[in-house]
Design a protein around this ligand. Structure first.
Ligand code: SF4
Length: 381
């Protein structure tokens, strides 16, 4: 079977070259051609020996994902729907802002965590994405944007693993992908500009700290175990105290001196004054010293069968004010790309409407004649 070169970090590429009888510097050349120059064909790689260029197509390929659709928002947000085979598709969203361009990437087709407020969780788990499928989202977006946007500046400055799936339940594929994002011969991104979001897979938070420490966002969503058990089922395995202990262990390795806590605002569920006060107690007094953090409040976007509603704006504002008054840095997620259903629970505080997804699914089926299951980024965290 041919090797997909998007599956390899630089060490993997070196091992691959070694198996072909090539020197290590060839792996750097290949890496740069693929990730920095966006080469799709080996005959484009002009500084590779001709004999190697001729040898490569028989043993490897650069496996881009098929684009099922691309939608451009009036606010500049771009959303891709990628086919990942087996009837599954995942979405990737680019969100431009004045001072940055953020790409939100999916790590799994579906999600096994099953958070109550997350449509992806309701859809169940299909499979882990491979390293190549995670990286292909960045590779495709990076080179598309370079080609189509006028700016000569780098357009993707930040990556957030906040698309569909729990990234740390797919750590075997995630970690090499992160290494490629950080590698100077790959995308050369700063650790501060790559964020992994987790619902609290405690052992893998420790592994992330030791193997590839990037910025960390934790989907908290509740200030006590009883409530979090009901919203984020993983809490029954790794309750809040263990999760916050893992955050404290993570901080010495982290590129930032705080953890971001994501908190989805659910009407009458977790948005009351006592919840804000419990949250403050947690982050200020855990183990006697608290957890340095920033709190990101995400207005919930309802989807059918969730049985949940978004907190009214004044309630979100009141909750935020309690945190701010206590000196905790707090933001309320803005909505982007609504006109293309690209607003993201993590990034923008808005989520895809499942009704729209069903309509799009029906349309795609009729257009492609294929059964396609859209597994889309409706996660709130
Ligand atoms: S919120 Fe995140 S961890 Fe929870 S079900 Fe959705 S994708 Fe999975």
């Amino acid at each position: 079977m041919k090797v997909n070169l998007l599956d390899l970090d630089l060490d993997g590429m070196a091992a691959f070259c070694e198996r072909l009888g090539e020197k290590r510097f060839r792996s750097v050349q290949l890496f740069r051609w693929i990730h920095q120059k966006g080469a799709r064909q080996f005959d484009e790689m002009s500084d590779l020996a001709k004999s190697l260029r001729e040898k490569l197509p028989a043993v490897c390929h650069i496996n881009d994902l098929s684009v099922l659709s691309r939608q451009d928002s009036v606010d500049g947000t771009i959303k891709w729907l990628f086919d990942v085979g087996g009837g599954n598709a995942v979405e990737t969203v680019f969100i431009p802002e004045a001072d940055r361009g953020t790409l939100c990437i999916s790590s799994q087709a579906g999600c096994a965590v099953g958070c109550r407020f997350c449509s992806t969780g309701h859809q169940g788990f299909s499979r882990n994405l491979t390293t190549g499928e995670i990286l292909a989202q960045l590779w495709h977006a990076e080179h598309f944007l370079r080609k189509h946007l006028s700016s000569r500046e780098r357009v993707i400055t930040n990556v957030v693993m906040m698309g569909m799936g729990e990234p740390l339940q797919n750590h075997a594929a995630l970690f090499p992908a992160l290494r490629v994002m950080l590698d100077d011969h790959g995308y050369g991104m700063s650790r501060r500009r790559v964020t992994v979001s987790t619902s609290g897979v405690v052992p893998m938070m420790d592994r992330l700290a030791s193997e590839c420490p990037v910025a960390l966002a934790v989907s908290l969503h509740a200030p006590n175990d009883a409530l979090r058990d009901s919203l984020v089922p993983l809490n029954r395995k790794y309750p809040i105290a263990e999760l916050l202990d893992a955050c404290l262990r993570y901080l010495p390795a982290a590129p930032r001196d705080f953890i971001t806590f994501e908190y989805c605002m659910l009407d009458g569920v977790n948005d009351q004054i006592e919840h804000a006060q419990q949250l403050l107690d947690l982050v200020r007094t855990h183990r006697g010293k608290g957890v340095p953090c920033k709190i990101n409040l995400i207005p919930f976007n309802p989807f059918p069968d969730s049985g949940l509603k978004c907190s009214p704006k004044p309630v979100v504002a009141r909750f935020a004010q309690i945190l701010v008054d206590a000196g905790v840095v707090t933001t309320v997620r803005k909505t982007r790309g609504d006109d293309i259903d690209a607003a993201c629970g993590q990034l923008a505080g808005d989520v895809l409407d499942r009704t729209n997804a069903s309509q799009r699914l029906a349309r795609l089926r009729s257009e492609t004649g294929q059964p396609i299951r859209i597994v889309h980024r409706e996660r709130q965290a």
